[in-house]
Design a protein around this ligand. Structure first.
Ligand SMILES: [Zn+2]
Length: 111
């Protein structure tokens, strides 16, 4: 890793985000996975609490249905702010976070 790794292309694909990286790899993350792992302080705190067996979905989550971004705004050169359909918009996804949350998906091999 040179530390220069950055996304060269971000595309909505199916129920998630496809990212092409400057090192030639392509990764994919579902919106649900990105939303569940929102890096903002209040979500981090929420995830660090002991699980509440009676809370499966918050009323907001139930109302909004499956998580879908309504906006994805670049923040500087190395991060993206995602605004979700449940109204949550404080998560800033850095390039590192996006890389960590997405899985490598090899481009179709040419034969
Ligand atoms: Zn959050």
């Amino acid at each position: 890793m040179t530390g220069e790794l950055r996304p060269v292309s971000l595309k909505r694909e199916g129920d998630g985000l496809k990212i092409e990286w400057s090192d030639g790899t392509t990764t994919f993350a579902t919106w649900r996975h990105l939303r569940t792992n929102c890096p903002c302080a209040s979500c981090l705190e929420e995830r660090n609490k002991p699980p509440d067996p009676f809370r499966i979905l918050s009323p907001q989550e139930v109302a909004a249905g499956a998580p879908v971004p309504v906006a994805m705004t670049p923040v500087g050169y190395y991060a993206y702010q995602i605004k979700w359909n449940d109204g949550h918009d404080t998560g800033i996804y850095t390039v590192e976070v996006l890389r960590k949350l997405s899985d490598t998906k090899q481009p179709d091999e040419q034969s």
